[in-house]
Design a protein around this ligand. Structure first.
Ligand code: GDD
Ligand code: MN
Length: 361
C-alpha cells in the first residue's frame, strides 16, 4: 500500500501530466506513493493520456468524472479513493514544485503539524507565478476576507498545495460544499477539532502549458461558497443563484422591452414577446455559466441542445407570461408592472422544468 497519495485535479492538462509524473518520480525516491488524476472529462483527452501513463506505471491512477465540474469536489473524491494514510493535494500544471513533498510528508508524519501548507506568502516563498498585478490583488483580498470570515490564520489560505493525513479529509468530507477552488479553506473551517497547520515556503512557478481555469466565474464561486456556508440552509444556494440570474434577466428583459415598445414603437405584446425570448436566451447562458457551473453544458452541440431545451421548457411559462402581461396591460395596468407580473409567473416554471430537463440527469 502506498504511504502517500498525490491528488491531482485536472482540466485540460494533457501536455503537463507526463512531465509531472517524471518529476514526481524524481522527487519521491524512498517514499511509496501513488498519483491519482481526477479529471473532469477534459476535452483535450487528459484522462486518456493519464491512462496511457497508468498502463506502464502502477503508481498512476485515474478517476474520470462525466458531467461534473469543480476543483474542490474533484479533490474530495480523490481523497476518498485512496487507501494511503497521507494525501497531498497539488496542481497538475507545474506551478507547485514536487520537491517540497518529502519535507511536507516528514513534517506531518513526525507530528510537527497536522496539515502542511505550501505558502507563497511566507519568508522564502514567492507568489511570482500569479500572472499579473490584478490577480495578485485579488489573491490578497481573498486572503483577508477568508481570515476575517473563518478565523483561519494562515498567510496563504487559498493555497492549492497541502499535505495531511487522509482520514482528516475523509472525516469532514460529508460537510464540505465542494464548491469552487478553496478546498483547504473549506477543509479547515469544516474541521471541528483544531488542527495544527504549518506553512512551508513555496515558489509559485509559472504554468508549464495550457491556461488557468480560474476565470471570473471561479472568483464569483468564492462568494457563492461563502453564501453556501452561511445562508445556504436558509435559501438553497442553487435556487438563490437561479433567482439572482433571473433578476439580472429582468433587467435585460426591461431593456429590450423599452427598446422595442418605447423606442421602436411596436405593439406591447410583440415587445413583451421579443423581450421574453431575449431574456430567456440570456438566462440560459448565465445559468449555464454560474448556477449549473458544476454540470455545465460545454461545446456548441450541447449548448445548442441545452438552449433549445431551455427555450422549450420555458415556452409554457413564456406563453402564460405574455398572456398575463398583455391582459393586465390592456386593462390599464402600468406597462412595467404588467411585465413584471408576467415574468414572475414564467420564472416558477423555468426553475422547476429546467433544473429537471436541461441540466438534470
Ligand atoms: N478536475 C478538475 N475540475 N480540475 C480542475 C478544475 C475542475 O473544474 N479546475 C481546475 N482544475 C485543475 C487544473 O487542471 C490544475 O491542475 C489545478 O486544478 C489548478 O487549476 P489552475 O487553473 O491552474 O488554477 P490557478 O493556477 O489559476 O490557481 C491556483 O492558485 C490559486 C490561488 O491563487 C490554484 O492552486 C488554486 O487552488 C489556488 O486557489
Ligand atoms: Mn495553475
Amino acid at each position: 500500500m502506498p504511504d502517500l497519495a498525490i491528488i491531482l485535479p485536472t482540466l485540460d492538462e494533457r501536455e503537463n501530466i507526463g512531465p509531472l509524473v517524471d518529476r514526481l518520480h524524481g522527487a519521491l525516491g524512498g517514499i511509496t506513493w501513488e498519483a491519482i488524476f481526477v479529471d473532469d472529462n477534459s476535452p483535450d483527452g487528459t484522462a486518456d493520456a493519464a491512462r496511457a501513463l497508468a498502463s506502464s506505471d502502477p503508481r498512476i491512477r485515474v478517476i474520470q468524472r462525466i458531467g461534473r465540474r469543480g476543483l474542490a469536489s474533484a479533490v474530495i473524491e480523490g481523497a476518498c479513493a485512496t487507501a494511503a494514510p497521507y494525501i497531498a493535494v497539488m496542481d497538475a500544471d507545474h506551478q507547485h514544485d514536487p520537491a517540497l513533498l518529502p519535507g511536507m510528508l516528514e513534517l506531518v508524519r513526525t507530528g510537527g503539524a497536522d496539515v502542511a501548507v505550501a505558502s507563497r506568502f511566507v519568508d522564502g516563498g514567492d507568489p511570482g507565478g500569479l500572472a499579473d498585478a490584478r490577480r495578485r490583488e485579488g489573491s490578497a483580498m481573498a486572503n483577508r476576507l477568508a481570515r476575517r470570515l473563518t478565523g483561519v490564520e494562515l498567510s496563504d489560505p487559498m493555497s492549492g498545495y497541502f499535505l495531511l493525513e487522509t482520514r482528516h479529509m475523509r472525516d469532514v468530507a460529508p460537510r464540505l460544499s465542494g464548491i469552487g477552488f478553496k478546498v483547504l479553506l473549506d477543509f479547515l473551517t469544516a474541521s471541528d477539532r483544531s488542527l495544527t497547520v504549518r506553512e512551508v515556503p513555496l515558489q509559485f512557478a509559472p504554468r508549464r502549458a495550457g491556461a488557468s481555469k480560474l476565470d471570473r466565474a471561479v472568483a464569483f464561486e468564492f462568494l457563492v461558497g461563502l453564501y453556501d456556508r452561511h445562508l445556504g440552509r436558509l435559501i438553497p444556494t442553487r435556487f438563490a443563484l437561479f433567482g439572482t440570474v433571473g433578476a439580472v434577466g429582468v433587467a435585460v428583459h426591461m431593456a429590450i422591452l423599452a427598446l422595442v415598445f418605447l423606442v421602436m414603437g411596436s405593439g406591447f405584446a410583440l415587445g413583451q414577446a421579443v423581450a421574453t425570448f431575449g431574456a430567456m436566451s440570456f438566462n440560459f447562458w448565465l445559468n449555464n455559466w454560474l448556477t449549473y457551473r458544476d454540470q455545465r453544458l460545454v461545446g456548441p452541440r450541447a449548448m445548442l441542445t441545452g438552449w433549445l431545451g431551455f427555450c422549450l421548457t420555458c415556452s409554457v411559462g413564456a406563453v402564460a407570461n405574455v398572456a398575463v402581461a398583455s391582459l393586465l396591460q390592456a386593462n390599464g395596468i402600468f406597462w412595467a408592472l404588467a411585465a413584471v407580473a408576467g415574468i414572475l409567473i414564467g420564472a416558477v416554471w423555468n426553475y422547476a422544468l429546467s433544473s429537471r430537463f436541461v441540466w438534470g440527469r
